[in-house]
Ligand binder design. Structure first.
Ligand code: ATP
Length: 235
């Protein structure tokens, strides 16, 4: 069993110890073993339906394992936590709240005071390139801008892990490349552990310290250092 002391401001160690995940009578992943080191960026690729989102939901605490264990810094994951922020492909922004009030949300949940909330949210809005858009509503923004807001909202509370489920999957190629650059840039400033799910092999090679392929049978294989062609062949 991995036991790691919790240090504020550091990335979190995430462990799937023989975890089985599924829905009702439908098993999806069986006996998954994975250890993500603090601060590591792990990218999971795999064909559609292989269970990438299911794996992430388990780590997020949105889906309980049927067998085995899911651990964050040695403690059983029992539900979602602001320490493990999640970013989805479809933006999860609240449509009636401004950019500022969306980004402030995780801090409000943590009971951070109004002035500090505003200061931190505006800093992140600026950081993701949306200075001047704080008062806009999500529907007044492009898809790429909404993903920038999601990134700001995920990082404003200095989470120790960020779980990203095809966050750039719906964006056009140019916007996607801009968002990948922005993500690499902001990750340099945070110590957060990242688990990033994508269909896109080039994105995986660009972003990941480690690339894992989720095979059709649910097995997780490390293909770090593999070429694009080798990974594509494994999908
Ligand atoms: N809420 C659910 N209830 C029942 N079955 C589900 C549910 N969500 C996903 N599944 C099933 O679990 C399997 C894995 O789905 P999952 O979304 O994890 O795959 P994925 O690899 O993320 O796919 P994609 O790349 O298409 O998003 C699929 O067979 C899917 O139909």
């Amino acid at each position: 069993m991995t036991t790691v002391t919790t240090t504020t401001g550091k990335g979190m160690r995430l462990v799937l110890a023989g975890a089985a995940l599924g829905y009702g009578a439908h098993p999806v992943l069986d006996e998954v073993r994975l250890e993500v080191a603090p601060g590591e960026v792990v990218v999971v690729v795999g064909s559609s339906g292989s269970g990438k989102s299911t794996l992430l939901r388990g780590l997020a605490g949105l889906l309980a394992p049927r067998a085995g264990r899911i651990l964050a810094d040695g403690a059983e994951v029992r539900g979602p936590s602001p320490d493990r922020a999640m970013i989805f492909q479809e933006d999860g922004l609240l449509p009636w709240r401004s950019v500022l009030r969306n980004v402030e949300l995780p801090l409000g949940i943590r009971g951070v005071g109004r002035a500090e909330r505003r200061r931190a949210a505006l800093t992140w809005i600026d950081r993701v390139g949306l200075a001047g858009f704080a008062d806009r509503l999500p529907r007044e923004l492009s898809g790429g801008m909404r993903q920038r807001v999601q990134l700001a909202r995920a990082l404003v509370g200095t989470p120790r892990a960020v779980l990203m489920d095809e966050p750039f999957g719906a964006l056009d190629a140019q916007t996607r490349a801009e968002m990948q650059r922005l993500l690499l840039d902001v990750l340099r400033d945070t110590a957060a552990t990242v688990v990033f799910v994508t269909h896109d092999v080039d994105e995986a090679l660009l972003l990941g310290d480690r690339v894992l392929v989720l095979g059709r049978t649910g097995g997780l294989r490390s293909l770090t250092g593999a070429t694009r062609e080798q990974i594509v062949k494994e999908l």
